[in-house]
Design a protein around this ligand. Structure first.
Ligand code: UDX
Length: 440
């Protein structure tokens, strides 16, 4: 099929490459010329395992090209909308500038019978509004919402082997033909991608809500265990043992019960805030009051980490050298958007500490956001002469550190494990003062 992907960030670039790998003819439209050029040359503009290989292969097969010109999407039968919906400046609401801009720019190029499939995470009701615009410009075109659940770091795998596929199609009386739209999407996601994968066909509002509900649930699960960590800290209990025990109940499950410095990234934080804002607009804000607490618990973990650092260093971090392991919001990513690690590093610096950060992939992005922080190429280099080390993004390079060897380079063997990934006995056995969030 001929496919266009509008917006080639974390979501769109992976989607475009994945669709090309299935044999479709794909054009990716990206307004940032430098990004479009990099992608054309087979270079991913961000770190995502497996993406460069997919880009190179699809490019070599002539199945994938990138452009800055939306007119190049005119031949496509299916257009995937993959632009960002960041948090608005000054409010919790999602900023729909890119969504609105992309759809408006695409309207003149919609062929008769074309399908526009929204993948971006949007406030519920957006699809219905956009469908009216599409119907006005091209009455035989269809608009569906087809949310994407990929995780950064596993984006290629998640796109090619999803847990489920959700189609939000027009309901009776709404513009667009639900059956035709479903058939077109089925053709896009033909075997092998869809083999054995549950497919749910819903109305458009439900599909929009599935995405934000899933992310809200995940955020709630993390904040729940972090709230338990707060209680563990006041009672001397161990949150990791608690998570193991409750996680064995398969109604609860152990995944996403890792207590620590909390969630960040370009999705969970802004999605729960945009969901609250949208509920407020709909007069249903009470239903989502709990998400305020989810957000507050999450942010409190960062402050707690800074407080622990101060405690460990005798009441003040001013003038003290501190090594921060991690800058990305999670391992296997170079994304520093709303990163807990970077936030803690910045708070410590603002309190007068001499902070050196290291991240296997995110140093460059982090230094653009916080140019005043110092960056090092390795954990050893960051920790040389440090009086305190903070583990804030659990890259395997950091999890595998040897406490004996690592202890040689520091000035003070103090470890604060903000991700609960190190073995307390092993680190204490090597002479370290080891403290963690939610563990005795
Ligand atoms: C998330 C959703 O998982 C994905 O389905 C959606 O499409 C986009 O948002 P992502 O932002 O890539 O994906 O990261 P995810 O792996 O979900 O982690 C989010 C944050 O939660 C990270 O900062 C991570 O460190 C943190 N986290 C995760 C915890 O603190 N504890 C956990 O147990 C799990």
């Amino acid at each position: 099929m001929r496919i266009s992907v509008i917006g080639c960030g974390y979501l769109g670039a992976v989607h475009a490459a994945a669709m090309a790998s299935l044999g479709h003819d794909v054009v990716g439209v990206e307004t940032d010329a430098a990004k479009a050029e990099a992608l054309s040359a087979g270079r991913a503009p961000f770190y995502e395992p497996g993406l460069p290989e997919l880009l190179t292969e699809a490019g070599a097969n002539g199945k994938l090209r990138f452009t800055t010109n939306i007119a190049d999407a005119a031949e496509a039968e299916v257009h995937f909308l993959c632009v960002g919906t960041p948090q608005s400046k000054g409010s919790y609401a999602a900023d729909l500038t890119y969504v609105n801009g992309a759809v408006t720019a695409l309207l003149p190029y919609l062929k008769p019978g074309a399908l526009l499939a929204g993948k971006s995470t949007v406030p519920v009701g957006t699809a219905a509004r956009l469908a009216d615009l599409v119907a006005e410009a091209q009455p035989s075109a269809h608009l569906v919402w087809n949310p994407e659940f990929l995780r950064e770091g596993f984006a290629v795998q998640d796109t090619l082997h999803p847990d489920r596929i959700v189609y939000g199609v027009p309901s009776a009386g709404e513009p667009g033909d639900a059956q035709r739209a479903e058939a077109l999407l089925d053709e896009v996601y033909a075997t092998p991608l869809s083999e054995g994968i549950p497919k749910l066909v819903t109305d458009r509002a439900t599909a929009e809500l599935v995405k934000v509900a899933a992310n809200s649930f995940l955020a709630t699960k993390i904040s729940f265990i972090n709230a338990m960590a707060e209680l563990c800290e006041t009672t001397g209990a161990d949150v990791t043992a608690l998570a193991d025990a409750i996680g064995l109940d398969d109604r609860i499950g152990r995944k996403f019960l890792n207590a620590g410095v909390g969630f960040g990234g370009g999705c969970l934080p802004k999605d729960i805030r945009a969901f609250m804002a949208r509920a407020g607009e709909l007069g249903a804000d009470q239903a989502l009051h709990f998400l305020r607490e989810v957000d507050a618990i999450n942010l409190r973990r960062r402050t707690r980490m800074v407080d622990l650092a101060r405690e460990e260093l005798g009441g003040s971090v001013a003038g003290k050298r501190i090594a921060v392991l991690g800058a990305a919001f999670k391992p296997e990513s170079d994304d520093v958007r709303d990163s807990p690690a970077l936030n803690v590093a910045a708070q410590l610096q603002l309190q007068g500490a001499e902070v050196v950060v290291t991240d296997p992939q995110a140093n460059e992005n982090a230094s653009r956001v916080w140019p005043t922080l110092a960056f090092a190429d390795s954990a050893e280099e960051a920790a040389r002469g440090a009086e305190l080390v903070l583990m804030l993004t659990e890259w395997k390079q950091f999890r595998g550190l040897d406490p004996h060897d690592f202890g040689q380079v520091v000035a003070g063997k103090r470890m604060l494990d903000g991700r609960n990934v190190l073995d307390p006995q092993r680190w204490r056995g090597a002479g370290w003062s080891y403290r963690a969030l939610g563990r005795p």
